[in-house]
Structures are given as C-alpha cells and as structure tokens.
Design a protein around this ligand. Structure first.
Ligand code: HEM
Length: 124
C-alpha cells in the first residue's frame, strides 16, 4: 500500500506540472489558447488527490480534513474554469466569441492551481 501511495504522490506532482507548466507557457498570450493539457492536469489532480485521501485513510495515516476540503473546493473551481476556457476557445476559433474571451478563465485556473501548491506546502 505504501508503494501505491508513493506512486500516487508521483502522479499528483506530475498532474501539478501538467496544469502549471502549460499555464506559464501561454501566460502572456492574448489569443489562440491551448487548454487541453490544463484540462487533463486539473482532472488528474482531482482524481489522484481523492485517491490519496482514500489510501491515507485506509492506512490509518493522518488526514487534515479542513485542508483537504479547501484543496478540493479550489480544485473543483480549477476544473470548472478550465472547461469554461476550453468552451470559450472553441467559440473563439469558430468566430462566435472574442479571441481574448478564454483569458480570464485560463488565468483563473493557473492561479487556483498555484494557490493549491501554497496550501499543500504551507498549511501544516
Ligand atoms: C490543483 C490541485 C492540487 C495541487 C496543485 C496539489 C498539490 C499538492 C502538493 C504539492 C502536494 C505535496 C505536499 C507535501 O508533501 O508537502 C500534495 C499532497 C497531497 N494532496 Fe494535493 N494538490 C491538489 C489537489 C488535491 C486534491 C483535490 C486533493 C484531495 C481531495 C489533494 C490531496 C492531497 C493529499 C492527501 C496529499 C498528501 C499526499 C501524501 O503525502 O500522502 N490534493 N498536493
């Protein structure tokens, strides 16, 4: 079980990279956003985070429920904002929305993911 938990932590760290990496890569863009990887990363964080809570509970390891609750809300918001960004980008590509319309949602996702890194590390 310990090996499974550690492998899940690896997946969780890679998921973090897949949200924040592509966000920083396109942070100064004003159009033609690419939300795909960030969508995958946000879903990976949600699923791997919940699995980590489950495995920690199963192994009788401590779980800070307040911290996890806050991280869960922040992650759900990140999932919602990146899916809105993707929908807006599809509309922009089809000429039915402004080219800049996905920007606030994409930036919100990046900021929420970075906020969760602070919560994960500083909330002890
Ligand atoms: C964007 C979303 C997220 C980011 C960036 C993130 C980031 C991190 C980071 C950096 C760590 C390692 C912290 C350390 O070991 O000091 C961590 C651990 C952890 N995260 Fe997340 N997290 C996210 C979402 C979630 C969610 C949604 C949950 C659960 C609902 C969750 C549950 C956990 C748990 C249980 C650990 C401890 C793993 C262990 O050492 O056994 N995370 N997270």
């Amino acid at each position: 079980m310990e090996l499974v938990r550690l492998l899940l932590v690896v997946v969780h760290i890679l998921g973090l990279a897949v949200i924040i990496g592509p966000f920083l890569f396109q942070v100064s863009r004003k159009a033609n956003f690419e939300p795909k990887l960030m969508q995958i990363g946000a879903l990976v964080q949600l699923v791997s985070g919940l699995a980590l809570v489950g495995i920690r509970e199963a192994d009788d390891l401590p779980v800070d429920h307040a911290k996890i609750g806050v991280k869960l809300v922040v992650t759900v918001l990140a999932v919602v904002t990146i899916f809105i960004a993707a929908r807006k980008q599809r509309a922009a590509t089809a000429g039915q929305a402004g080219p800049k319309s996905p920007l606030p949602f994409l930036h919100a996702t990046g900021a929420l993911a970075i906020l969760n890194v602070f919560i994960a590390v500083l909330w002890t």
